[in-house]
Write a protein that binds this ligand. Structure first.
Ligand code: ZN
Length: 81
């Protein structure tokens, strides 16, 4: 039995970072200035291949703290300035 896919009523489009969802070409997205909105980053872009304009969204999640030298809290020289 095959996996059930949602029916969007149109041809299937790819949905991967860096790949144009309109023409499917990889690595031709020209990104504009990122904007941070409600826990995600929005990168507007235009595809160099087909000129489709769209947005990529990335989810933000906490990674770590650092001091101004880039040391993480467990580092022995953390915050020694
Ligand atoms: Zn394209």
């Amino acid at each position: 039995m095959s996996e059930q896919k949602p029916d969007y009523g149109c041809a299937e489009k790819s949905n991967y970072a860096g790949i144009c969802p309109n023409c499917g070409v990889d690595g031709r997205l020209n990104y504009g200035c990122a904007e941070i909105t409600d826990g995600s980053v929005d990168y507007p872009y235009e595809c160099d291949a087909c000129h489709f304009k769209g947005h990529e969204y990335y989810t933000l999640r906490f990674d770590t703290h650092t001091d101004n030298s880039g040391h993480e809290p467990h580092y022995k020289l953390f915050n020694t300035e």
